[in-house]
Design a protein. Sequence first.
Length: 145
Amino acid sequence: MLIRDAVPSDEPSWRKLWADYVAFYEAEVPEEVTAKTWERLIRKQDGFFCRVAETSGEVCGFSLSVLHAGTWTTDPICYLEDLFVDPEHRGRGIGEALIRDLVAQCKAKGWSRLYWHTRASNTTARSVYDRFTSADDFVRYRLVF
């Protein structure tokens, strides 16, 4: 398995995985948002970046993250916004490897923290996430405009 930065030629594979990820969350993302997301990931605009997991030459998973400033530290903070592994490739440690990759980047680049969230009912993902740290006691509030 290889974990690397996404490159423009990964777009078809990423789009398939992205569509499956969005469907998993029973959501809809307009094409213009998907296109803009890919552009920002590839150009590493606005702090966005994408790492992909590749096995046997096939992109089978991704992590989408945002690097941002914070008020409690002077070092950058990494928010793992999305992580997805193709269902046919699950159970092989790919999700864990994607997180370990981000942990290594945080340490190597001097980022102050890495955080993410998931649905409380997403027990499959949580069984992986719990290997890294326990969920905290914060509650998320969200306004959508």
